[in-house]
Write a protein that binds this ligand. Structure first.
Ligand code: SF4
Ligand code: SF4
Length: 191
């Protein structure tokens, strides 16, 4: 079952009850207790297990389309990255964890490609600004969050580790096209 995105409407000005705090604390406790007993019932009876906390890692939730895991590079059918090494994602990244070394392609409509493309995932905060900045839909936020290493240098992912075939990123790409209302055109590549 996919997770749900709930938009909470909040008024900018606090009402009388909110300013008194105690009624709001009681309301919060009521909500917490309701969820606690509902989940406890689901756990004991085995019914309505969706109410209950997911038994990770044996059970997984299907994250909503808006979910942002680690950034990855879109890989075209010919195995090449879709990236044209324009550097916009590198510039947009607030933690300076993207580093690109551009190379030149001769005789192709696309003149540049990333000779090297590294992301230091120990500094990445999965904000998605690189994805927003990219004019080519070449870097997108994946659903991958399981990153565990024994040392920080291992979290410096190179181009080959970041490449993910475009068809595996279809769900995210469809979400982005809906979200940003983008025109999509696949660049031509020299084989
Ligand atoms: S998700 Fe944010 S922090 Fe991570 S590489 Fe992209 S812009 Fe940088
Ligand atoms: S991933 Fe996108 S924004 Fe970053 S260098 Fe490549 S084409 Fe430019």
């Amino acid at each position: 079952m996919p997770g749900k995105v709930i938009k909470v409407e909040r008024s900018e000005r606090l009402g009388l009850l909110e300013r008194l705090y105690v009624p709001m604390i009681v309301q919060g406790l009521r909500v917490t207790s309701r969820h606690f007993f509902r989940n406890l019932r689901g756990f004991v009876t085995g019914r309505n297990r969706t109410d209950f906390v997911v038994q990770y890692p044996e059970e997984r939730v299907d994250y909503p389309d808006a979910f942002r895991g680690m950034p990855v590079l879109v890989q075209l059918d010919n195995g090449e990255p879709k990236c044209v090494a324009c550097g916009l994602c590198e510039f947009a990244c607030p933690t300076d964890c993207v580093s690109i070394v551009p190379g030149e392609l001769e005789g192709s409509r696309i003149e540049r490609y990333p000779e090297a493309f590294d992301i230091d995932l120990s500094r990445c905060m999965f904000c998605g600004l690189c994805e927003e900045a990219c004019p080519e839909e070449a870097i997108v936020m994946s659903r991958e969050v399981e990153l565990a290493t024994y040392d920080r240098p291992s979290l410096n992912f190179e181009k080959e580790q970041l490449l993910v075939p475009e068809n595996l990123l279809k769900r995210r790409l469809d979400f982005l096209r809906g979200e940003y209302d983008r025109e999509h055109e696949r660049p031509e590549r020299k084989e």
